[in-house]
Write a protein that binds this ligand. Structure first.
Ligand code: PGA
Length: 250
């Protein structure tokens, strides 16, 4: 069975609640495409108003982060059960900005993946190499290490339902997209790794996105590749262009 494409916006630290509502309204008629799943991953403070604003549409809401405990003395954190109760369906885990700026390591990210699944959220697990790693020729070694560590003790049935986002760090927010062949090569390598860690049925089911300067101009070519099942889109998710990415096949 063909995997359903999933196009997710990653708003990052953009959009106040009132700006968020305006953007949701602007995008409403533009992001309709029955062939794909559409997700807006939004800042925590925008979650409640955006969940309300997308009611009755094809859009699901995701969080950009979460903590590994359910509740307690963790000032400033937000738990998986809180997200679920607010109507959130997805959560980005292990974005390179969180790995780099907030020192999130793979052992911690593994706990997040397990907690998100337990709570009923779909993790969008990010991985990706730096420019230095690509130039050293260790891209796939690095990504294999990330995925193996982040998915430790996660069952095949659970992995079938997660989303993996391949995001080369050098392509994020730089306007420098990986070529469709470069992106396909790594996404294929990730699928082969999942087959190795689990089995072919699991590898065939898991959805793998590409992210890094994806936009209306390059989405169709990237999404035509057999192992690229969607996109995680930063900059281009904050404007009308996102509608064109969602409708890449029209
Ligand atoms: P970008 O960000 O599309 O702005 O490159 C992608 C991401 O970081 O998820």
């Amino acid at each position: 069975m063909a995997r359903r494409k999933i196009i997710a916006g990653n708003w990052k630290m953009n959009m106040t609640p009132s700006q968020a509502l305006k953007l949701v309204e602007e995008l409403k008629p533009l992001v309709v495409n029955d062939d794909v799943d559409v997700v807006y991953c939004v800042p925590a403070i925008d979650i409640v108003p955006v969940v309300e604003a997308v009611k009755g549409t094809n859009v699901a809401v995701g969080a950009e982060n979460m903590y590994v405990e359910d509740s307690g003395a963790f000032t400033g954190e937000i738990s998986a059960p809180m997200l679920v109760d607010a109507g959130v369906k997805y959560v980005i885990i292990g974005h390179s900005e969180r790995r780099d700026y907030f020192n999130e390591d793979d052992a911690f990210l593994n706990k997040k993946v397990i907690k998100a699944i337990e709570a009923g959220l779909t993790p969008i697990l990010c991985c990706g190499e730096s420019l230095e790693q690509r130039e050293l020729g260790v891209t796939m070694d690095w990504i294999r290490l990330q995925i193996k560590s982040d998915l430790a003790n996660v069952s095949a049935d659970d992995v079938k339902n997660i989303v993996i986002a391949y995001e080369p760090i050098w392509a994020i927010g730089t306007g420098k997209t990986a070529t469709s062949d470069q992106a396909e090569e790594v996404c294929k390598g990730i699928r082969e790794l999942i087959a190795e860690m689990y089995d072919q049925a699991t590898a065939d089911a898991v959805r793998i996105q590409y992210g890094g300067s994806m936009n209306a101009g390059n989405a169709a070519e990237l999404l035509a590749k057999p192992n690229i099942d969607g996109g995680l889109i930063g900059g281009a998710s904050l404007k009308a262009d996102f509608g064109k990415v969602v409708n890449y096949n029209k």
